[in-house]
Design a protein around this ligand. Structure first.
Ligand SMILES: Cc1cc2nc3c(=O)[nH]c(=O)nc-3n(C[C@H](O)[C@H](O)[C@H](O)COP(=O)(O)O)c2cc1C
Length: 205
C-alpha cells in the first residue's frame, strides 16, 4: 500500500473508532438517565402498574354455542406462527367464553378499528353477552361470526388450551381472515383508548 493510501486508511479507522466511542458514550448516558427513573419490583400491583405503560391492540374474541353468543374484549392476543397460521388468546378461566371453548370449537378474533371504542366497552361488561351479537356478522365459515368494520378479523379453530395461573392460553388455527383497507387500529395504553400515530422519519445528518 502507498504511504498516502496508508494515511487515508488510518485516518478513516481513527474517525470510525471515535464515532463508535461517541455513540457508546451517548448510549451509556441515555440508559443511565432511564435507569435513574426505573423502579424495580415484582409485586403484582407494581407489575399491573408497569403493564399500563405497555401499548396493546384491542381485540374482541367471539364464539357462538347453539343459541348462546359470547364476546369478550381482550388485549392478550398473540400471533404465534404463520406455518400453520396460529393465534393465541389469553382469557380468564372463570369467564363464560373460556368455559365454552374446547379443542375443535370455532371462535373469532377481531382487531378493533380506532372508531370502535363503543364495541370495546360493550364487550368488556358494558352490555350482556347476548346484546353484544349486534356488532357481528356471519363469516365465510358457517357458525363463526366476525366483528363488522374491524381492522382485521380471523376465524380460528381451537387446537389446544394451556392453563396458566388464573388464565387459559387458547391456541387457534386460522381458517379465514378479512381486513380493512385503512390501517387504523384501536390501541389501549395507560387505561385509555387511542390510536397510533407514526413518527416522521428521522433524518440523520
Ligand atoms: C382493554 C381491555 C382489555 C382486556 N383484556 C382482557 C384479556 O386479554 N383477557 C381477559 O380474560 N379479559 C380481558 N379483559 C376483561 C374482559 O373484557 C371482561 O372481563 C369481560 O369481557 C367482562 O364481561 P363478562 O364478564 O360479562 O364476560 C379486558 C378488558 C378491557 C377493558
Amino acid at each position: 500500500m502507498s504511504n498516502r493510501l496508508n494515511t487515508l486508511v488510518e485516518a478513516a479507522e481513527l474517525r470510525s473508532s471515535n464515532a463508535e466511542r461517541d455513540s457508546a458514550t451517548e448510549l451509556r448516558s441515555s440508559s443511565a438517565e432511564r435507569d435513574s427513573a426505573t423502579e424495580k419490583s415484582s409485586n403484582p400491583p407494581d407489575v399491573r402498574q408497569a403493564l399500563r405503560g405497555v401499548a396493546a391492540t384491542v381485540h374482541v374474541i367471539a364464539a357462538k354455542s347453539g343459541a348462546a353468543f359470547f364476546a369478550t374484549t381482550a388485549t392478550a392476543v398473540l400471533t404465534v406462527c404463520l406455518e400453520p397460521p396460529t393465534l393465541a388468546v389469553c382469557l380468564n378461566s372463570t369467564s363464560a367464553m373460556a368455559a365454552h371453548l374446547s379443542a375443535g370449537a370455532l371462535f373469532s378474533v377481531s382487531a378493533l378499528a380506532c372508531g370502535q371504542v363503543e364495541v370495546a366497552r360493550a364487550c368488556a361488561g358494558g352490555l350482556p353477552h347476548e346484546e353484544r351479537e349486534q356488532f357481528f356478522a356471519p363469516s365465510h365459515i358457517p357458525g363463526a361470526l366476525l366483528l363488522e368494520g374491524a381492522q382485521a378479523a380471523f376465524v380460528c379453530q381451537c387446537t389446544n388450551i394451556v392453563p396458566v395461573g388464573t388464565h387459559a392460553m387458547i391456541f387457534g388455527n386460522i381458517l379465514d381472515v378479512t381486513k380493512h383497507e385503512n390501517v387504523e387500529p384501536l390501541i389501549y395504553l395507560n387505561a385509555q383508548y387511542g390510536s397510533f400515530e407514526a413518527r416522521p422519519e428521522q433524518i440523520s445528518g
